[in-house]
Design a binder for this molecule. Sequence first.
Ligand SMILES: C[S@@+](CC[C@H](N)C(=O)[O-])C[C@H]1O[C@@H](n2cnc3c(N)ncnc32)[C@H](O)[C@@H]1O
Length: 282
Amino acid sequence: MLEWSKLPDTAAVREGVLEVWVQLQEYVQARPRQACVGLGVAAGGLLLWKFGPSLRHRYFAWINCKFSDIKSEDYEAFKRTVFASLKDMTSQDPKLQEEKTLRILEIGAGVGTNFNMYPDHTRLIVADPNPYFEKYFIKNKSKFPNIKTETIIVAKGEDIDMVKSSSVDVVVTTLVLCSVTDVAKVVSQVKRVLVPGGKYIFVEHVYDWARKGQAIRKFLQNILTYTGLWPFVFDGCHLNRNPLPVIEAVGFSDVSVEQQYAPMPAAFMLVAAPHLKGVATK
Ligand SMILES: C[S@@+](CC[C@H](N)C(=O)[O-])C[C@H]1O[C@@H](n2cnc3c(N)ncnc32)[C@H](O)[C@@H]1O
């Protein structure tokens, strides 16, 4: 409880403020260079505190767009094997069945690198918390007129309660579970929104599973993640996660999964070569 009687009187406050102001002026006159550096650091800190997340999000959307321009045929072929299961699927929605289409929810769609994996006439719902991806996504989407975007949701995969339960035929995540805040929450959202028999397709980079022979990679995966360097540069990405136990525990009727070293498009990305790719059926 605030006790007014204990507050200093306004005259004393004014006197204190003046005293600090005079001392500051003296400091600036005596050490102008240090004062400038201090002011610069304080202003930089303030700007980072205020605009840091949005700057990082902008930068990450831009860099992802640049990466997606350098499409690696080998990596595309690596991914395509799991997307092949879409070919024989039919929607559980009678209207979509008639139209021979599927409703797909892609979580963490980014710039839309997976358009070329989807069958023609796909009805797409996307969810991504980074709003700066949208303009790249829309630009990319214009190259795929046969895919219809039903909704773009700017939200984390953990928070997609607005997507109705048992309403989508397929959920996709590629290179997303490494970045989410709560893997278990995202995977249970995936299971919730899928229709019975619906499929969860995932391609994720993970912590190296090898017991021997990959010590350097494992060391780098740990050190780059624990120091915060990799998550800082790649917007929260963790190199030393393995979401498989979570996917297996959430209660899918079938989980078919492969662990493979993916053909990475650049040498520095070899730290992220260990991949998990699979299809889980509700
Ligand atoms: C490395 S990018 C991958 C983008 C795209 N899926 C691909 O394969 O190129 C990671 C994506 O996950 C998104 N992301 C990060 N945290 C997320 C979360 N909690 N829920 C959903 N998406 C998230 C990022 O905004 C970004 O679009």
